[in-house]
Each structure stands twice: as C-alpha cells, then as structure tokens.
Design a protein around this ligand. Structure first.
Ligand code: ADP
Ligand code: ZN
Ligand code: ZN
Length: 727
C-alpha cells in the first residue's frame, strides 16, 4: 500500500461502472481512512452520484499524465466490509474477461455483481446479512455443517436412499474414473440419454462428500428450459446438505432472489451454484468443479455488453482456481471437439465417451421424406401424417417442429408486388393470425392487418410461407377424425415464444405434455432442447433445409446439433423406445449432413465440417472478431469502419501486426436496418489468437480517435465482438 500522510488517507484504486468506452477504463483513485484490501466493496462518489465500486489491485492509471493531487481526491463514502472481499481469483477472472473481450474492467466487474447490491448502503447490507444468517437452515460454519450433513445422511428416508443406490452403467463408471485420474479439462461426449447428468451429479457428490468446503458451479444454457436438471440437483443434494446447498442464478429471478443466491455463494454457504451464463462470474471462494452442460449451446455467448463466452471463461476460470472443468454434450461445438482430439494431435481436453443410452433405450430411427416426390403445396407429407396418426391411435406422442413462429413470415398482395415490409427495418413483418396483426420480430412494430393492399387497394392479400401458428392449424385440419385410444379427438398444443409469453405458461404447457393430455406438440426449436419427454416416440422436422445453404458457416453445425437434440427427445422411455422415429422432410435427402444424422454419427459429421473449416481457414483454425457500427446511414457506418481500418495501417503499433491479420471491408449486417438504425460490420481474422488480441487492444484507441473525425459524427455506437458466433 502506498505510504501517505495519515490525515489524507490511503490512495485506493476503485473500479466503478464507467461507460464502456469512456477514457476512464481503469480504476479511479479515492482516499480511504484505513487501507482496504483489494476486493472490498465500497460506495464512492462520482460527480453528483454515489456508486458501488470494488477496491482493485492495479495501480491507478491516470497518474501518468496528471500527477495525483491528493487535495482533489475524494474519500470513499463507505466500505461494505460486512462482506468478505472478492477473491484474487475472481478479480483475475474479471480482468481477463475485460481485456479479452475488449471492455472496461469496471463495466465487467460491476455487471458481474447482483444488481441489488448497487443500491444498498452498508447498513442495509449488514442488516440483510444478519437476517440471512438467522434464516439459514444450516450454520455457515463448516464444522457445524459437517455434523449436520452426517446427521441428515443417517436419517435418509428409504425414497432418498433409493436415489443413491443407482447402478451406474459401465460407460458412466468409466467416464467417472477417468475424471478422477486426470486433471482435464474434460469433454463428456455422451449420446442423449446416455446419463450425462448422472455423471455430473456423481462427480459433484464425491467432491462435496470429500472436501467439506468445496463448491461446484453447474452451468446450463437456459434454466427455464431445463427445470428438470434443477429439480434433480435439488432433490439429491438438498436432502443431504440442507436447503441452502443448491442456489440458482439466472435472469428470470427477482433482484432479491439473485442477491440471496449471490450472497450464499460468496459466503460459501451454497455449495452448488446452478445457473446460466452469468453464473460463470459468481463469487465462489472454494470453487473446485465447473460443469458446462450442453456446452455447444449458443446461449453461452452473451449478445450484449461484454460479449463473453461463458463456456470459454469456464475453462479459463478452472485453470485460475485450480478447479476441474467438464463440458458435456451429445453434439459438442466444433471448437470443443477439435480441442478434444487426441493429445498426440495437439488436443488439450480429455474426451470421455458415452455412446450408448442407459438401459434398453434405443436411438430413434431416422427417416427422410424426399419432398421432390411430394405434391408441390405439400406441408406434411402423407407418410409422415400417417405415422403421426398411428401414434395418436396408440396413445403415443409426436413432436413436430418448424423454426419460425407466427402464422406466415410475409403477407403479399396477389396483384401488385406489395409485401408486408417493416417500415423501420430491412425485414418483413410476420403475420399473426390470432390477433390479425403484422408484427416485426426485430423492432416490435405491430399493426392490424390492412383490409386491402396498401399499395393498390386489392382486397386479396395472402400469407406466404408458414410459421408454427399456421402449421398447428394445418395439422388440426389434417388430423380431424383421428381419435385417441380413449375415443377422444386428438389434442394439439403449440409451444413457442408467442404461446409462452405469460409467466408460468411454458410450465403449464410442458405439464400437459408430461401428463399425456397432449398428443401432438408443435413448436419452434424451443421444444427440441433439453426436455425429458418420456412418451414422445416421433419427432419431425418439417422444413430443415434452409440451414444447409446459409451464408453463415456455422449454420450446418447448428442444424445438426438441433436435429440430434430433437431426435434425442424421442424414445427416452425404454417401454416404448423400440419404435421411436425421427422424420426429416427435405429436398436434399442425400445431403451428407442427413446421412450422418441417420447414423447418429456426430464424429463423422464433425470430421467433414472440420476439414472444410481447415481448408477455408475458418474457426477453430483461425480466430475472428467483428466490429459492428450503428449510424443513421450505411455510408456513415461503413465509412467509419473503413477509415479505422485504413488508420490501422498508418499507426505503428497496429501496422506492425497487420502481417498476421486480415481486415475485411465493411459490409452491411445481414439485417442491415433495425428500428431505423443502419448497421454495418467488419471482420478481423488471424491464424494467431495472440496477434488478434494484441491488434484489438491497440486498435481500440484508433477506433476512438476515428470516431472523433467530422465524417464519423453520425456514428451512434460501435462495439467489438471477439469470437463472434453469428457472422
Ligand atoms: P443425458 O443427460 O445424457 O441426456 P440423463 O443423465 O438425463 O442423460 O439420463 C437419462 C435418464 O436415464 C434419466 O432419467 C436418468 O435418471 C436415467 N439414468 C441415468 N443413469 C442411469 C443408470 N445408471 N441407471 C438407470 N437409469 C439411469
Ligand atoms: Zn397490391
Ligand atoms: Zn421492424
């Protein structure tokens, strides 16, 4: 700590949430009566406001240009020292994330804390902590906790002990023993229904039993879609260690709930944190295990602020903390798959294989319907329809999915060329029949459907194409007269973003599926992920072809994974598994992607994709970043990016790196205009991650100064996305 005259106090660097690209990217300096350890939460004045801040360890950065004048420094208003300071590992994670994803450290640090902390005084916080300590079922003192859990374990009910007497499959046992004998990182490559979750729980259980203070972080893509996982963890671990053992962290929680979870993790009282991507930043002083379930899921990548990948940060964090990390998927991301190739070929992760389903559950038979041989207007081909009807009559369930919600993606005039374009976006408004609106899915602009064509007055305007709403209507027509075994007419339910808008709607719809009230489930990819639907024996993808020829090089990877996941929904119950099927309606039945899918052969698919990526020098064989800019016109947005690109060649620190990089010309984004704002992007690519990182760090300053040029006045925002998922 700096030696200062006692009356002035100690110079203390504090991170606050400064605007992302303000020049105050580092810590600010305040005065403190007594030295505060790094990681202490404080309240500090900034301008007229008082903000939450974190005492940081870096030397203040503003000293270089203007020597600090202690007379001008302001004192820290209060230290929230009822809380133990955030650990050095946590601070290192934040610093890394900020520098890697090119954001201000203060922004990342403060965004990683529960929002409610921002508005709490030290008195309020102390009161809150007291209340929590009183309410705690289990004392936070570790010695006590051990006693209590031993007592609980002895008092286990028969039902509870039954959970533990599960006989692991040979593949599960193999994976777990590999996990124990090696340091990782691990990629658990297990078929859907192979018992991955069980492996996660076993590894967690052993950690908790063997190290009395150890904590585990379990991440899932979207917690609302995987409530079953939460239930399973709670059922197993709360019975053993008490109610507070498992806490959740996701954006669906109230601010008060999030604060409670955060405090429980920070104090060590919670031993398992179950959360979405934000949980990667949870303060867990005794973190020893990180699990990333469905690691391929794009929702691990943040799409605002610091665009971090929680999966990648999990790997980094595990190394920092000396914790083990296990990624799991039936269809790993090609990045993780590539990392898990044999060590002799340069792989850094250890792959744990579980190819078989638990018990007698078989993977479904994949059937392709060649749509070239069907009637032109055909939506559900006759053989698929017959197969669905057969399931209904047998009392089994079917799931039909289509990746487009609404009734029809476009309305069109049958006379002139009017289409339902959004006035604010370069996109069509989607027709929703239920309330007869045209809704823009990008800016939200919504209007009643016009009675006649706004351009020529023709009253005949017709839907073009098909969304889930129309598919549901169509299926209902096709299936009229088909009866369930109880003689009742068929029941169809649709699940998509429109039907689940109300709180609790998704849960009640899912319950209908689980109890068997529903025979046919129609929906978007939302229904294809994660749910454990026991009675579904048929899954159908109505129109999966779009992704085959997309300009996004990751589209085939996403399609394959979605279809494998969807197929994984079928036949989970061994009683009905023998006949489970996945149907694909396609105009390209012999496409290699579908061939690999038919064989449930992810490794073959991955090998062919990786070969293509290697030939084209695309990730994971190169590293990318996107700079996106928004302005009133495309000219301004693109002009700014192109000027910054030219300036990079003129400035020595960036120019020196250009030999290792490709800067592509600025182009409009795939949806160029949203809510009347034009969007452009520039791709930066390098075979070296380090070179890309060094370039971006140096280029930040260039981008800032370019924006000050008169030609760039109209630029509203710009931001860097490192390792972008959508290009
Ligand atoms: P995954 O996560 O790989 O899809 P799960 O862990 O959810 O698979 O397991 C699928 C089903 O099989 C679950 O209902 C689970 O309880 C059950 N299961 C897992 N392991 C075993 C086992 N060793 N013996 C019996 N059932 C198991
Ligand atoms: Zn018209
Ligand atoms: Zn719009």
């Amino acid at each position: 700590m700096t030696q200062t005259p006692p009356r002035l106090g100690t110079l203390t660097p504090v991170l606050v949430h400064t605007p992302a690209y303000s020049q105050m990217a580092g810590a600010l300096t305040y005065l403190s009566d007594s030295p505060l350890p790094p990681g202490t939460l404080v309240r500090v004045p900034l301008g007229q406001r008082e903000l939450l801040g974190v005492v940081w360890d870096t030397a203040p950065q503003d000293g270089a240009t203007s020597p600090l004048d202690p007379a001008k420094l302001r004192p820290i208003a209060a230290a929230l020292d009822a809380l133990p300071p955030l650990s050095a590992n946590w601070r290192a994670l934040i610093s890394f994330a900020a520098s890697y994803y090119q954001r201000a450290t203060g922004e990342v640090a403060l965004a990683a804390l529960p929002p409610q902390l921002r508005d709490m005084s030290s008195v309020q916080l102390a009161r809150k902590l007291k209340k929590l300590a009183k309410a705690a079922h289990v004392p936070s003192n570790p010695a006590h906790r051990q006693d209590t859990s031993a007592g609980l374990a002895q008092g286990l009910s028969a039902a509870q002990s039954a959970i533990y007497s599960i006989v692991l499959s040979a593949e599960q046992t193999g994976a777990i023993s590999q996990f124990h004998q090696n340091s990782g990182p691990f990629l658990l490559f297990g078929a859907t229904g192979s018992g991955k979750t069980e492996v996660f729980m076993q590894c967690t259980a052993e950690l908790l039993a063997n190290s009395p203070n150890a904590q585990a972080l379990v991440m899932v893509p979207e917690i609302n879609l995987t409530p079953q996982l939460e239930e399973r963890f709670k059922a197993r671990f709360c019975a053993l260690y008490g109610e507070d053992t498992v806490v959740s962290m996701h954006s669906g929680m109230t601010p008060a709930q999030r604060l409670n979870s955060w405090l429980a993790a920070h104090s060590g009282a919670a031993r398992i944190v179950l959360g979405t991507r934000m949980a990667v930043f949870a303060s867990m002083p005794q973190l020893k295990l990180i699990i990333v379930d469905e690691e391929h899921d794009p929702s691990y990548k943040s799409n605002e602020g610091a665009r971090y990948s929680a999966r990648d940060l999990a790997i980094y964090r595990a190394r920092l903390e000396g914790a083990k990390v296990m990624l799991g998927s039936a269809t790993p991301s090609l990045e993780s798959w590539h990392h898990s190739r044999p060590a002799a070929e340069g792989g850094r992760y250890m792959r744990l294989d579980m190819p078989s389903r638990v018990g007698s559950g078989q993977l479904p038979l994949v059937r392709r319907v060649d749509m070239n041989h069907q009637a032109k207007s055909c939506v559900i081909s006759p053989p698929l329809l017959a197969a669905i009807a057969e399931r209904i009559a047998r009392g089994e369930q079917s799931m039909v999915f289509l990746n487009r919600r609404g009734y029809a993606p476009v309305l069109q005039c049958t006379d002139c060329d009017w289409k339902s374009e959004c006035p604010n976006c370069s996109a069509y408004r989607v027709f929703h029949k239920i309330d007869r609106t045209l809704r823009c899915h990008h800016c939200g602009f919504s209007e009643r459907v016009p009675r006649a064509c706004p351009a020529c007055g023709n009253p005949d305007i017709a839907p073009l194409g098909r969304g889930t709403e129309r598919l549901e209507e169509h299926l209902a027509e096709l299936l009229t007269g088909v009866l369930r075994p109880d003689g009742q007419p068929v029941r169809i339910v649709r699940i998509d973003a429109d039907t689940t808008r109300l709180k609790g709607a998704l849960e009640s719809q899912l319950a209908q599926v689980h109890t068997g009230e529903v025979d046919v489930l129609v929906g978007t990819q939302m229904i294809a992920k994660g749910h454990d639907f026991r009675r579904i024996t048929l899954v159908a993808a109505v129109n999966p072809d779009n992704a085959l020829f997309s300009s996004d090089f990751r589209a085939p990877e996403r399609l394959f994974s979605l279809l494998m996941q969807a197929a994984g929904r079928a036949g989970r119950d061994s009683a009905v598994a023998g006949s489970s099927e996945m149907w694909l309606q396609t105009f390209h039945p012999t496409h290699p992607l579908f061939e690999a899918l038919k064989k449930h052969d992810y490794p073959a698919f991955a090998a062919s994709q990786l070969k293509e990526r290697q030939q084209a020098a695309m990730p994971p064989f190169s590293f990318q970043a996107l700079v996106r800019a928004e302005a009133r016109t495309q000219e301004i947005a693109q002009g700014f990016l192109n000027l910054a690109s030219q300036a990079a060649a003129q400035q020595s620190d960036t120019a020196a790196l250009l030999a290792h990089l490709t800067l592509y010309p600025a182009v409009p984004m795939s949806i160029a205009r949203i809510a009347n704002i034009e969007r452009a992007q520039m791709l930066v690519e390098s075979p070296s991650r380090a070179a890309l990182q060094r370039f971006l760090t140096a280029w930040q300053g260039v981008l800032h100064s370019t924006r000050q040029l008169p030609d760039c006045k109209g630029v509203m925002r710009w931001a860097i996305d490192v390792d972008p998922l959508n290009i």
